[in-house]
Design a protein around this ligand. Structure first.
Ligand code: GLN
Length: 319
């Protein structure tokens, strides 16, 4: 086993879980009613190792929308289908140093990276327009969902239509980003703007439990092979690129500090989800709705910081 004393390890995780449970900082996202209604006490931690050992505690069976945690996954799928060179003709690899939805492009007039809204919208355009352009939006959604299901080892995935509809209603900024990119000719030729935006909102509205999200993390930790099914879902080169950008850009404008303190690739979402990858070891899903001012789950971030105090999981431990 990759973690030989798994029971002891889980006991430590439980202690950290209870410690973080006491943290009542942060505010639940309120820009759409479906998120605003979320119970701030929800707190779940799930682990799936690359050899399929699993542990979970707390609210790990309740579905939540993955929101921005979809960004590294759609990016990975785009890399797999189109290759790194094609994808990065359209989107950069640099932290923006700004908010995730800020109206800003890099000096080449490209979105800074695929982990912020502008970049993720563009990745959706690539998936829709360049990879299999003959597919309708419905077919493309099915096709992408199928990738997600395989990344999750066949576990249950849902789609929250109320969240999707609300996202689309409350999307002035995302449309502004889209129009700004269209003005600068960022999109691939023949992009259907409306469909591309819908596709982005749909990816944000995919719903799953913490347990399932941890399997996706484990597939990334395992170089693209799902530990539950042994299926190679993504190429290892794609996973390498995904993890690199999660490491430098995955935690909004806290990414630099997170890389320093925790030293692990991670991606957070506005639902309070946090997907953490320990390469060659495990995927971790953390979910708790209250967010800090930068938009990361308060309990989630605390958990990561406590975890690397106890274990040498930081990328530059053990040197
Ligand atoms: N649906 C959100 C948005 O596009 C996703 C962003 C996030 O999770 N930070 O604004």
């Amino acid at each position: 086993f990759i973690i030989p004393e798994f029971q002891d390890f889980c006991k430590e995780l439980e202690d950290i879980y209870w410690k973080c449970k006491e943290n009542t900082n942060g505010k639940v996202a309120s820009y759409i009613p479906q998120l605003k209604r979320m119970n701030p006490n929800y707190w779940g931690v799930s682990v799936c190792t690359i050899d399929g050992q699993r542990f979970s505690i707390g609210d790990v069976g309740i579905p939540f929308t993955i929101q921005s945690c979809s960004k590294p996954l759609t990016y990975g799928i785009a890399l797999d289908l189109l290759g790194e060179e094609m994808v990065h003709k359209y989107v950069g690899q640099e932290p923006s140093g700004r908010n995730f939805n800020e109206l800003v492009l890099d000096h080449n007039k490209k979105p800074h990276n695929p982990m912020i809204n502008a970049g993720a919208i563009l990745v959706c355009a690539l998936l829709k327009t360049v990879a299999g352009p003959e597919m309708t939006l419905a077919e493309k959604f099915d096709y992408t969902l199928n990738y997600f299901v395989r990344l999750a080892g066949g576990e249950d995935l849902g789609f929250n239509n109320a969240v999707f509809l609300s996202e689309r209603e409350a999307a002035d900024r995302n449309y502004a980003l889209g129009f700004y990119m269209r003005e600068h000719k960022c999109f691939p030729e023949k992009t259907n703007f409306k469909e591309c935006m819908d596709f982005y909102f749909q990816c944000c509205s995919l719903e799953m439990s913490s347990d399932t999200l941890s399997v996706m993390g484990a597939t990334l930790a395992n170089g693209g092979i799902c530990p539950l099914t042994e299926e190679k879902v993504l190429k290892s080169e794609s996973v390498r690129d995904v993890l690199s950008l999660m490491h430098s850009c995955g935690m909004y404008d806290y990414s630099g500090q997170f890389a320093f303190k925790v030293g692990l690739p991670a991606k957070s979402g506005v639902s309070g989800a946090l997907l953490v990858v320990i390469p060659n070891v495990m995927g971790i899903s953390l979910w708790s709705p209250p967010l800090d001012p930068l938009g990361n789950s308060c309990r989630g971030v605390q958990f990561c910081e406590e975890l690397v105090k106890k274990f040498n999981f930081h990328r530059y431990d053990n040197l």
